[in-house]
Design a protein around this ligand. Structure first.
Ligand code: NAD
Length: 253
């Protein structure tokens, strides 16, 4: 059912939250646009400006690695300045109230942690861009460490332990999904009775399978997104409005 206007959508959402025992939010880039981080697919989004660099290209090609790091450094002022928006804060309020055991996110911006979720309770399907890892041995590196070496040599550094390339701790197209995060997200989707898909175009798989999985496991499904998605037809409630405005009333509850 598509909410006819934002007021009735918020009211219905409030009832569904009150009736639910286990609420699992699932977020995409749309929840962070209010925080100043562009999404992928909106006009002016990252996709329209930069073709993503697939994982095999990153591994095979030093120029691709250097380009990936140049783009990441160019985004640093945006990521560093971003603060949780109303959507993040509303979900953190649900978490504090005890009905939300954890959150599943496609986002890589660390804003759910910044809003009050414990790091262990943020299931990051696509990793985290606020630090780096060796793609061979998994050794973690801070971004300043990478940047210093990049600026000294003009090229992205390799791991000091095993010599493999160092990459932001994110999952690129063509890279294997993180097993533990996929397992935990599956459990959460199957055990919840209310699943909130927020700010995702639901076109990136396998992540987009989780709303469907929750619905098939018996949960009610709410989709909050300002554009239609392919799963609107199976949702119990679709709120096609701005996320900050929709979730603002739930901040602090
Ligand atoms: P997407 O860009 O495909 O979809 C975002 C959706 O949110 C769009 O449909 C857009 O219309 C909607 N939206 C944007 N702002 C909104 C607002 N204020 N209110 C309501 N709706 C709004 O994003 P996705 O589905 O998350 O997939 C893109 C992939 O890109 C993700 O896997 C993620 O890893 C990555 N990504 C992450 C970030 C981030 O961490 N903030 C930013 C860009 C891309």
């Amino acid at each position: 059912m598509i909410a006819s206007d934002i007021r009735s959508g918020v009211e219905r959402l409030g009832d569904m939250i009150a009736e639910a025992s286990i609420i699992v939010p699932f977020t995409g880039a749309g929840i962070s646009t209010e925080s100043g981080i562009p999404d992928f697919r909106s006009p002016g989004g990252l996709w329209t400006r930069n073709r993503p660099i697939p994982f095999d290209e990153f591994v095979a090609n030093r120029d691709a690695r250097d380009e990936a790091w140049r783009r990441r450094f160019a985004m640093e002022p945006t990521f560093a300045a971003a603060r949780p928006g109303r959507g993040h804060r509303a979900l953190a309020s649900l978490y504090r109230a005890g009905k939300t055991p954890a959150i599943i996110t496609q986002n890589i911006d660390n804003l759910h942690q910044a809003s009050g979720f414990k790091a262990d309770d943020v299931i990051e399907l696509h990793g985290n861009t606020t630090f780096a890892r060796c793609i061979g041995c998994g050794q973690a590196y801070g971004l300043p460490w990478v940047r210093e070496r990049f600026e000294e040599s003009g090229s992205a550094p390799d791991c000091t332990v095993c010599d493999e390339p160092v990459k932001t701790a994110t999952i690129s197209f063509g890279q294997a999904m993180p097993e533990d995060a996929m397992r935990r997200a599956t459990e959460l989707a199957q055990e919840c009775d209310l699943f909130l898909a927020i700010g995702s175009s639901l076109v990136v798989w396998p992540a987009a399978g989780f709303p469907l999985m929750a619905k098939r496991s018996g949960a009610k499904l709410v989709i909050i997104n300002n554009e239609p998605t392919e799963q609107d037809d199976i949702a119990d409630l679709v709120i096609r409005h701005d996320i900050g405005e929709t979730l603002g009333p739930f901040v602090g509850n």
